[in-house]
Design a protein around this ligand. Structure first.
Ligand SMILES: NC(=O)CC[C@H](N)C(=O)O
Length: 225
């Protein structure tokens, strides 16, 4: 079982991701996007960073790398795919998931710890949790505000595709707890299949006990399924 952590020019969380996955006993390796997916790929992580300097829109250029067609094919075959932060932006820009991540309401880069409420605990990424559980993980982004049409938002809700929402420490969905102004406090969503997920917060930065919190570990274990 090997998780391919795909590195684009400007990715900067690929090493952290491999380290966090390895710490959990999950085999993972960095894969340069031009090299294509290795044969033995059993999971795919799109890591955080600033692919192509976030030019045009964050994730827009990486989404057009030929490897993303392979990622889509693998996702269609049921290979788990997790996009984190810039990886979430790449996932949404490539159509793996709905909506878009746009400039934070503050118009600033924000680096802070946030609380997330588990909205759907019946997915590979959240099966260690119960619905309504609150976890604490870091965010670090300038373009993390989730935007989507009302119609598509209703579809996401109806299909249980909302994975995490920003909340306060008690699980309340307040405006103050929504760091970037995301529609419906949405922090993470599922693709058409629950084996595909994207989220703006960084579970890999909350996995190793010595770097501040371990609440993200149980998200990454989704790759074990
Ligand atoms: N940590 C990251 O992945 C950075 C996210 C992103 N490129 C932004 O600032 O919006």
């Amino acid at each position: 079982m090997t998780v391919a952590v795909i590195q684009f020019g400007g990715s900067n969380c690929d090493r952290d991701a491999v380290r966090a996955l390895n710490y959990l006993g999950i085999d993972a390796e960095r894969v340069w996007h031009e090299d294509g997916l290795p044969e033995d790929t059993t999971g795919i992580m799109l890591p955080g960073g600033f692919s192509y300097g976030d030019y045009l829109r964050a994730g827009a250029m990486a989404a057009r790398s030929p490897i993303m067609a392979e990622v889509r094919e693998a996702a269609d075959d049921g290979v788990p795919v997790l996009g984190v932060c810039n990886g979430a932006q790449v996932g949404s820009e490539s159509g793996l998931t709905a909506g878009a991540f746009t400039t934070n309401k503050s118009a600033r880069f924000q680096c802070e710890h946030v609380h997330l409420r588990v909205e759907n605990a019946d997915t590979p990424w959240t099966e260690e949790f119960d619905e309504g559980d609150v976890i604490e993980v870091p965010i670090a982004h300038g373009e993390g505000r989730f935007e989507i049409t009302d119609e598509r938002y209703d579809e996401l809700e109806a299909n249980d595709q909302i994975l995490f929402r920003y909340c306060d420490a008690d699980g309340n969905l307040t405006d103050e707890a929504n760091p970037n102004g995301s529609t419906g406090n949405v922090a993470g969503i599922l693709g058409d299949d629950d084996s595909v997920a994207v989220l703006m917060p960084h579970p890999e930065r909350a996995t190793l006990p010595d770097v501040g919190g371990t609440d993200g570990a149980d998200v990454l274990t989704g790759f074990r399924v």
